[in-house]
Design a protein around this ligand. Structure first.
Ligand code: NAD
Length: 301
């Protein structure tokens, strides 16, 4: 059954996700503050809306893909709740803190909506291909409907638990990602100093026990994985500023829960340094160039 989807936030991730909803035959009412993002969505079959309120007014499903918690809280509390029909299913796919996710869920529920936090994993390649993994926090009876709505963008959808649980799972996942990417970059830097070819290193590690998603799908050295941002000078992809945001969320959650995360803390400190040097807009795998002492070869934006 085709539906009317309101899609808010058409950036690196949301652009591809909205396009896949349109490709599935849904009517996609799209909005972003950036005209460029909106024009790109229109070229992929979405209908540009003049505001969030206009995008959501006849929606069966509202999907948001925004940078961080403050954007999500503002857009839901001021522009979606009350403007969308109460029959609409509200899905926030951004990565944000658990407390804000629960707060937005409470506001939505009080106003009569079904809401889920549904952050994603897989990066821009999976967003474009419709093969993201979704981690959902929702009321149990709503899950089947949520899974159906996410289907055009998904390879796997998991209910992690009640509201906030999707974000908790995502924060843990991205702490692993930050640590494995940093480990991969350090190993490439060491391999280079030892006279090894980083491309040959890929061939070896991809088939050895150092293998991870950071290696096989996102290798930070150009060549072996043609779709990885390393092949386009680390343009687009997953901004280092976003990775830093997620690592901070993990450290905040660890402090509150009493979990021991020393590698997470060290990874956050290194991404803090990289961002502080002005590279927050580059893909996070560009941190390789900081470790190699080659930042002079990396454009800042
Ligand atoms: P992005 O900055 O490319 O896109 C965010 C978009 O939101 C921008 O186009 C911006 O103009 C728009 N926006 C901001 N405020 C808005 C508002 N008030 N109304 C309408 N539009 C608004 O970011 P992204 O890389 O697409 O990431 C989005 C979310 O997905 C983040 O929470 C990020 O942590 C998460 N995420 C990103 C990746 C990745 O690989 N890029 C992977 C998984 C999860």
């Amino acid at each position: 059954m085709t539906q009317t989807i309101a899609f808010i936030g058409l950036g690196n991730m949301g652009g591809g996700m909205a396009a896949n909803q349109a490709k599935a035959g849904n009517t996609v009412m799209a909005f972003d503050l950036s005209k460029e993002a909106l024009d790109r969505a229109a070229s992929h079959g979405c209908t540009p809306a003049a505001s969030v309120a206009e995008a959501v007014k006849t929606a069966d499903v509202v999907i948001t893909m925004l940078p961080a918690g403050p954007h999500v809280l503002k857009v839901y509390s001021e522009q979606i709740i009350g403007a969308a029909p109460t029959s609409a299913l509200l899905l926030d796919c951004s990565t944000i803190d658990v407390d804000t996710a629960r707060k937005v869920a409470g506001l939505a529920k009080d106003a009569g909506y079904a809401f889920a936090d549904a952050p994603v994993s897989g990066g821009t390649m999976a967003a474009d291909a419709g093969t993201l993994a979704f981690m959902v926090g929702c009321d149990e009876p709503d899950f089947a409907r949520i899974e159906t709505a996410l289907e055009p963008m998904s390879r796997a959808t998991f209910r992690a638990g009640d509201h906030g649980a999707g974000q908790a799972a995502k924060i843990c996942n991205n702490m692993i990602l930050g640590i494995t990417m940093l480990g991969t970059c350090e190993a490439i830097g060491l391999a280079e100093k030892l006279g090894l070819d980083p491309v040959k290193m890929f061939d070896i590690v991809a088939k050895s026990s150092g293998q991870s998603w950071s290696v096989t799908t996102y290798y930070p050295w150009p060549g072996p994985v043609p779709t990885a941002p390393s092949n386009r000078n680390y343009d687009g992809g997953f901004a280092a500023a976003m990775m830093l945001k997620d690592l901070k969320l993990a450290q905040d959650a660890a402090a509150k829960s009493g979990a021991s995360t020393p590698l997470g803390a060290q990874t956050e400190a290194l991404f803090q340094m990289f961002n502080g040097l002005g590279y927050g807009g580059r893909d996070f795998s560009a941190i390789l160039q900081m470790l190699r002492g080659k930042l002079d070869e990396l454009p800042k934006s």
